[in-house]
Design a binder for this molecule. Structure first.
Ligand code: SF4
Ligand code: SF4
Length: 105
């Protein structure tokens, strides 16, 4: 049996009474395709970070040097606990550094 609340246990209007409670709802389990960021192609423009509707792109203080020798002090990573696989990040990336690939169990 599901341990989800019954309809009559929900607050009126389905309002969220406890801020931050969505962190417990790991929406990554809905995903059928997932984004993979090519760190060598990525130019650190930040658009994926800004456009992701689930805030599932992380901006990490991690240095990275591309194969071509470009040095960056920040790296963008996907938080797969919350990424729903919508593909918006891949669509918005101006240099096509994000590829959507099938999720494999
Ligand atoms: S696929 Fe969608 S949810 Fe996942 S990181 Fe990209 S924009 Fe965010
Ligand atoms: S949108 Fe593309 S180039 Fe810009 S930070 Fe994201 S992966 Fe990198």
């Amino acid at each position: 049996m599901s341990d989800l609340p019954k309809w009559y246990e929900l607050p009126p209007g389905g309002i969220i009474l406890e801020p931050g409670s969505s962190l417990r709802n790991k929406t990554g389990s809905w995903r059928v395709i997932k984004p993979i960021i090519d760190q060598d192609k990525c130019v650190r423009c930040r658009l994926c970070f800004l456009y992701c509707p689930d805030a599932a792109i992380l901006e990490v203080d991690e240095e990275y040097t591309t194969k071509a020798g470009r040095k960056y002090t920040v790296t963008y990573k996907v938080n797969y606990d919350y990424c729903k696989g919508c593909g918006i990040c891949a669509n918005e990336c101006p240099v096509k550094a994000i590829e959507m690939v099938p999720e494999v169990a």
